[in-house]
Design a protein around this ligand. Structure first.
Ligand code: PHE
Length: 455
């Protein structure tokens, strides 16, 4: 049975903004621009949109639908919908995936706290030297990044401790509005720099010679990561939603805003990198990897007029976006602990803090004292990043789609999608979604995996 007296979101807007807050995060601002830069710009963007429509949107609708129908944490939800089967372990895997993501996510969240603090104090702009040294000295220090990582996780935990409405919903509503406002200001500053147009061209004129099997995996991983699907976040939030929501419309809305935000964040960063490179007579480097936002961008801000203000606004955006996503990740673990281990919300938050913070310490130290320690050839941080985005999330998505398409009855799926027939979704659309979930998404995910393994 679904637990009674569960918390719910207070309004439709609150629910949409909380889900959008989960989706919009470091994935859009930190990860998207450099992944785009490493994978050939516009060609990657096109591939990304294709994955979004054919795979991710149907998976998101299914995760939402399963969460609302089950009305519980991922583990219990599968037990309710398929009692006595092994499916609940898929739910458990989702909880683990969320914990793994949060463990490395909080490290980058911590970096944004540090950069925001430095932008406020003026220390970031007054630094006279190479920003790769600035960044390198910070992340390889054994203590400082740990402090900021745990601070970031602490802020996240504090918000969640207030509960679904007072904590998650209220903060997401506030933060997401500020976020859009600020990023638009930064885009205006970036696009009005002389030479910015080169960067815009890079983002929108495709070069298909750069597309390989790895590009497909990267685009799929990025889409799953950015939309927060495949690890129980949407499922858990959906369990706090009442039955009158239009699942397909909400999912489409969230995907649209998430993608729009990623493109806007790209427009804030890539044209500025091109413009400043031209000014300094060097080649633009947009494939600088995870350092793009923390090494290249401060240099860009420093060389442009009003750069100090732009830097402050930018790192504030980064931090707010990171927090609203981290909240959704921690809530998956917290809901599981509250409902399955029967702990209070505060104790569940503390346990998640210790668990994810504990692993986070290793992720953070992998840039310093633990640099030489490798898991399958990757540093601890890269291992968690790669394995979650490129493997766990798509596999989670695949299983969710298989469950929704093959285990739930077709009539139940369509019923839930149309709120028991009360909602005006044309039947052809409902059926198209159903077959995308049942056939196209699982097939496409499998083909992309196989292609990568075989190439
Ligand atoms: N979507 C978030 C981002 O773009 C990250 C995230 C992934 C959050 C998976 C929840 C679940 O930063």
């Amino acid at each position: 049975m679904a637990p009674k007296n569960r918390e719910t979101f207070g309004s439709r807007m609150g629910m949409l903004l909380a889900m959008a807050g989960s989706a919009i995060g470091l994935g859009n601002i930190w990860r998207f621009p450099y992944t785009l830069g490493q994978n050939g710009g516009a060609a990657f963007l096109l591939l990304y949109v294709l994955m979004l429509v054919l795979i991710c949107l149907p998976v998101m609708i299914s995760e939402y639908l399963i969460g609302r129908r089950g009305g519980s944490n991922p583990f219990r939800t599968f037990d309710i919908l398929a009692p006595g089967t092994k499916w609940r372990w898929i739910g458990f895997m989702a909880v683990l995936s969320s914990a793994c993501i949060l463990s490395f996510y909080c490290v980058v969240g911590g970096w944004s706290v540090k950069y925001l603090a430095d932008a406020c104090s003026g220390g970031l702009m007054s630094f006279d030297g190479d920003y790769s040294e600035f960044f390198g000295a910070f992340i390889s220090n054994p203590w400082k990044p740990l402090f900021y990582t745990l601070l970031f996780l602490g802020i996240t935990g504090l918000i969640i401790a207030f509960g679904v409405r007072k904590g998650i919903e209220r903060m997401s509503k506030l933060m997401i509005k500020i976020l859009f406002l600020i990023i638009v200001l930064v885009v205006i500053r970036s696009l009005t720099l002389p030479g910015a147009v080169e960067g815009v061209r890079y983002m929108f004129v495709p070069d298909f010679s750069k597309v390989t099997a790895d590009t497909c995996i990267a685009a799929m991983g990025q889409a799953f990561f950015s939309l927060s699907i495949g690890c129980g976040c949407i499922l858990t939030y959906a369990s706090y939603v009442d039955k009158n929501e239009n699942i397909a419309a909400s999912s489409a809305w969230i995907s649209f805003f998430d993608t729009a935000f990623a493109v806007i964040a790209g427009l804030a960063i890539i044209p500025a990198v091109y413009a400043i490179a031209r000014m300094n007579g060097v080649d633009p480097n947009v494939s600088a990897g995870p350092g793009l936002v923390f090494i290249t961008l401060p240099g860009v801000f420093k060389s442009m007029p009003l750069g100090g203000v732009a830097a402050l606004l930018f790192f504030l955006t980064l931090l707010l976006a990171a927090i609203t996503s981290a909240i959704s990740l921690m809530e998956v673990v917290v809901a599981f602990i509250i409902e399955e281990l029967r702990r209070s919300r505060v104790r569940a938050v503390l346990t998640s803090f210790l668990l994810c913070g504990g692993v986070g310490v290793f992720c953070s130290l992998s840039f310093g004292p633990l640099e030489g320690f490798k898991l399958f050839g990757l540093s601890v941080f890269d291992f968690f990043d790669y394995i979650t985005s490129n493997i766990l999330l798509p596999v989670g998505g695949l299983l969710l789609a298989v469950f929704a398409g093959w285990r739930l009855k077709r009539a139940n799926y369509l019923d839930e999608l149309t709120n028991c027939g009360n909602l005006n979704i044309p039947r052809w659309l409902a059926l198209t979604i159903y077959y995308l979930v049942k056939l196209v998404a699982p097939l496409a995910i499998s083909v992309i995996f196989l292609n990568c393994i075989l190439s």
